[in-house]
Every structure is written in structure tokens, then in C-alpha cells.
Design a protein around this ligand. Structure first.
Ligand SMILES: [Zn+2]
Length: 186
């Protein structure tokens, strides 16, 4: 009788132990990621146009961009490539700070406008100011979508959709590669 009573308890114990381990494993990797983001600094020795304060619009040729941008950023920013979901470094980041265009340094989003989206890309419900991004109709891949571009350099950032949370109902679906993050100083 005792043995029968104890068996389910044992199973529950093992189950909760493995759940705790699984949760801990998730928490661990997320914490590591957050810690790395907390220590992020931006250094662009090859890019003389990069600035967090200069808002002068940039009109560079494709060849000039190719010279100053890393290859993965060049492909996203200048040729609208899309990073694979759940692979970028910001899709599940939730620490306080500011997101900038990785190609030119233009201020794009504050972390307060970021929300947990299940799509696998960093998502925001509003841009930081009217000079942050501009929109363009995109009919590539057989879909009509609205492309989001950096208002300073014209670089591709991602797309915007109407399924975001209040107050705007918008979802700016961005590529992590196209952005730099600078954490707030405590
Ligand atoms: Zn830019």
C-alpha cells in the first residue's frame, strides 16, 4: 500500500525536478545573453559616417556601403536580406537601452517600445521619433508588405505589420543585424 502511494509522488518529484532543470537552463542562457548586451559597446573604425548625434542624411553608393559595412550587415541593410528567426541577438532581449541603426548610428527605438513577440525577430510598437524610420511598399516574394527603412541612411531594417500591441497596434519587425544596442548607464 505504501509503495503504491509513493510511486506517483516519486514521478511528480522527478517531473518537477526535470522541469526546474529545463527552466533553469532557459534562464541561464537568457541571463548570459542579457549580460553580454549590458556590456555592449559600439565601435565602427571602418565607418566614418556612423554617429549617434549627426542627423545629416546620407547618400552613399552601393559600392561605398560595401566598403564600410561588414558583409552580413551590408546584405541586410543594402539588399534587404532577412536574418533567420530566433538567431539574432536582440529578439528576446529585454534590458533598458536604445537601439540604433547599425549602418549609420541613427536612433531608432527605445527598449520601452519593445515587446515580447513570438516571431523570432526584435519587435517594437513605435519608433523613437519621426526621424527614426521611413516606410516603402515592398512587393517582393509575392507579398505586399511595408518595408521599414532608416530615415538617415535609407538602409533596410525590416517590415511593419498591423498586429502589434496597444497603444499603436503596430509591429516593427526588425533584423537584429541591422541594429546596435546601447544599454542605459545605471
Ligand atoms: Zn541608418
Amino acid at each position: 500500500m505504501e509503495a503504491i502511494k509513493q510511486a506517483p509522488l516519486k514521478i511528480i518529484f522527478i517531473l518537477s525536478l526535470s522541469m526546474a532543470l529545463a527552466l533553469n537552463a532557459c534562464g541561464q542562457s537568457k541571463n548570459d545573453n542579457q549580460m553580454a548586451l549590458n556590456m555592449e559597446t559600439v565601435s565602427k573604425p571602418k565607418n566614418p559616417y556612423y554617429s549617434h548625434t549627426d542627423t545629416t542624411k546620407l547618400h552613399l553608393t552601393d559600392a561605398e556601403w560595401k566598403k564600410i559595412l561588414p558583409e552580413d550587415l551590408y546584405e541586410v541593410s543594402r539588399h534587404a536580406a532577412t536574418e533567420r528567426p530566433f538567431t539574432g541577438k536582440y529578439w528576446n532581449a529585454d534590458i533598458k537601452g536604445t537601439y540604433y541603426c547599425a549602418a549609420c548610428g541613427n536612433e531608432l527605438f527605445r527598449s520601452e517600445a519593445k515587446f515580447a513577440s513570438t516571431c523570432g525577430w526584435p519587435s517594437f510598437f513605435e519608433q523613437e521619433n519621426k526621424n527614426s524610420t521611413v516606410f516603402r511598399q515592398d512587393s517582393s516574394l509575392g507579398m505586399i508588405r511595408t518595408e521599414v527603412l532608416c530615415a538617415r541612411c535609407g538602409g533596410h531594417l525590416g517590415h511593419i505589420f498591423d498586429d502589434g500591441p496597444p497603444p499603436t497596434g503596430k509591429r516593427y519587425c526588425m533584423n537584429s543585424i541591422a541594429m546596435d544596442f546601447v544599454p542605459d548607464t545605471p
